[in-house]
Unconditional design. Structure first.
Length: 308
């Protein structure tokens, strides 16, 4: 049994094997109606709990569909309707759920909740996003980049905007998949130095740049995300928008980057804020392939967790 808590906590070989399996499963079911199971159904007889303490469209639907395609069953639980958060400890919740289900995916706030759940659960736990990281998203992103442009190793990835959970998992992935990252954003919103340190320690070149135009020159992949994450206070909106406006991904910026660059956004996107519609819907954007690949990548993550 394996947890899938963060990209730096799973070995580079296992991460690569997960993506290989995701690609194989994706091609094997090409053309099948979405509700039909895969030809192999390793989750037959297994129950997966999907816990959401924050809203979700992609994570919720892709995990649910993924479990079904693998032959298992899932139950979606809303954090606010559980005893978790109403006085029952996370450790006790983990012990109880482990008696009922075969695997737990959780989207939550503080990373400590995920880690405590994993510590006390007897079944695999998957990180479906915390305030700090979003590893399933970045697995889908690596899969998507490689589908469009080949190996990501040695490539220049530029992340613009808020150094948030998506940016953190991208930096973890830089270390594991051996690519370089330039972060372009304001000093107040830089990614955590510990995470930058992880990537640098693995040999990746991590550059911090204030000038968006300088940052994107020669980029192979351009990534951005919302300027106000689910864990950020609404009252910070205006201040953050003012700081982040110079980092909007628009047509001029994509032209500076060049034709080789693909554009990614984990979605949901705030059109005309962090990215213009012209870029989102333009020829370099692969945002809906990314969304689709959440399904395939997470199916492989679940098989890895259960050793199936
Ligand atoms: N990208 C992503 O995790 O989307 P949801 O919040 O809709 O799950
Ligand atoms: N950074 C965003 C990602 C949403 C999928 C958030 O945490 O709200």
């Amino acid at each position: 049994m394996n947890h899938f808590l963060d990209i730096h906590k799973t070995s580079a070989d296992d991460l690569r094997a997960i993506l290989d399996q995701a690609n194989a499963m994706k091609s094997a079911r090409a053309g099948l109606p979405k509700g039909t199971p895969d030809s192999e159904t390793p989750l037959d007889g297994r129950m997966v709990a999907l816990i959401f303490e924050k809203p979700s469209t992609r994570t919720r639907v892709s995990f649910d569909m993924g479990v079904r395609q693998l032959g298992g069953q899932s139950m979606v639980l809303s954090g606010s309707e559980m005893q978790l958060g109403h006085g029952e400890t996370i450790a006790d919740t983990a012990r109880v759920l482990s008696r009922y289900v075969d695997m737990i995916m959780i989207r939550t706030f503080d990373e400590s909740i995920l880690l405590e759940l994993a510590e006390y659960a007897d079944v695999p736990v998957i990180n479906g996003l915390t305030d700090r990281t979003h590893p399933c998203q970045i697995m889908a992103d690596i899969m998507t980049y490689e589908e469009h442009r080949g190996a990501i190793k040695g490539k220049k990835v530029v992340y613009l905007g808020d150094g948030n959970n998506v940016c953190h998992s991208l930096l973890h992935a830089a270390g594991q998949f051996e690519f370089d990252v330039t972060f372009a954003g304001p000093a107040q919103l830089e990614p955590e130095s510990e995470i930058i340190g992880f990537a640098r320690g693995k040999g990746s070149e991590i550059v911090i740049e204030r000038d968006a135009n300088k940052a994107v020159a020669g980029a192979d992949l351009i990534v951005t995300d919302t300027w106000l994450s689910m864990h950020d206070k609404q009252s910070a909106r205006e201040r953050r928008h003012n700081m982040l406006r110079p980092y909007q991904v628009n047509k001029a910026l994509m032209e500076t980057a060049g034709e080789q660059a693909v554009f990614m956004h984990c979605l949901p996107a705030h059109r005309e804020e962090e990215v213009t519609s012209e870029v989102m819907d333009g020829p370099q954007s692969v945002v809906f392939d990314e969304a689709e690949n959440r399904l395939h990548a997470q199916k492989a993550v679940m098989r890895f967790c259960l050793g199936l």
